[in-house]
Design a protein around this ligand. Structure first.
Ligand code: G1P
Length: 288
């Protein structure tokens, strides 16, 4: 029996430079896709996977996450008085119980590995998930749920994967494959942002991880990797041999960290919704 994954870390301290000026005062993860901020898609996916504790590693604007997932008595009362049950339900859906929401700052932007390392005290000595909210995975069951199910079989560290065109490998962590079992892949290595000619495969890590606490030990060394940043990929790679690493393939994720991916996610999510599908389809017909 593996120890259950009950805590999730959401690194939300990035500068969001690709979305300036929208992200000048607003954290990237608070940008809206259709009618929910990116971070809420990730929180809902985590909840579906059985996560009970939500840890936000924040930069400037961190208070916004507390308000978004915290109670809003005045708004709730106003909606109740107006009998607007649908809007009220959407507001109540956001709630994370105060005792289960943790916010911790990342004082300096030293990389994803550093951000995750900032959550060490809150995670403690237990397996944990990491979700990068700018990757949206539309899967049924949800992305992290599928990973938690696989984790029940394999234990160890698990990352989500997408097969990308070779010319894109320098944007991602890329897996060195030991054994390809189809939906699941066993790794012998993991490399951050390799040039296409050096990439060991085209299986790229997308923003979902299940990790063992040993990863924190490697992060704490503060070793700098690709781009001069403390890389989560390097810490995971350092544990292979001691801790097995598997990847779970996903067919489609939306990279909301860039403009085109963000626009595509808005369209795809609207088209997946019964209340919007027909009118959005009709609207798009005006743009042949
Ligand atoms: C981060 C990780 C990278 C991963 C990517 C997924 O990179 O370092 O391994 O493939 O997220 O979105 P970033 O997008 O922060 O450069």
């Amino acid at each position: 029996m593996v120890e259950p994954v009950l805590k999730a870390v959401f690194p939300v301290a990035g500068l969001g430079t690709r979305f300036l000026p929208a992200t000048k005062a607003l954290p990237k993860e608070m940008l809206t896709v259709v009618d929910k901020p990116l971070i809420q898609y990730a929180v809902e996916e985590a909840r579906e996977a059985g996560i009970e504790d939500f840890i936000f590693v924040t930069g400037a604007g961190g208070e916004l996450f507390k308000s978004h997932f915290g109670p809003a008595a005045g708004l709730e009362e106003a909606l109740r008085e107006r009998g607007n049950d649908e809007a009220l339900a959407s507001v109540l859906d956001c709630l994370i119980d105060e005792d289960h929401m943790h916010v911790t700052p990342q004082s300096r932007p030293l990389g994803l590995g550093h951000a995750v390392g900032c959550a060490r005290g809150l995670v403690g000595d237990a397996p944990f998930a990491v979700l990068l909210a700018d990757d949206i995975i539309l899967a049924r069951p949800g992305g992290l749920r599928q990973m938690v199910d696989a984790y029940g079989e394999t234990g160890g560290n698990i990352v989500a994967l997408e097969d990308v065109p070779r010319e894109m490998t320098a944007r991602y962590g890329v897996m060195d494959v030991e054994e390809d079992l189809g939906h699941m892949v066993r790794a012998r290595g993991l490399v951050e942002k390799p040039e296409p000619k050096d990439a060991p495969s085209t299986l790229a890590v997308i923003g979902r991880y299940i990790l063992q606490p040993e990863v924190f030990g490697h992060l704490a060394r503060g070793e700098k990797g690709a781009g001069g940043e403390i890389q989560l990929t390097d810490a995971i790679a350092a544990t292979i041999g001691q801790i097995p690493l598997h990847g779970i393939r996903f067919e489609k994720r939306y990279d909301c960290g860039n403009r085109l991916g963000f626009i595509e996610a808005n369209i795809a999510i609207a088209l997946a919704r019964d209340d919007l599908r027909d009118s959005v389809r009709q609207m798009l017909e005006a743009y042949p």
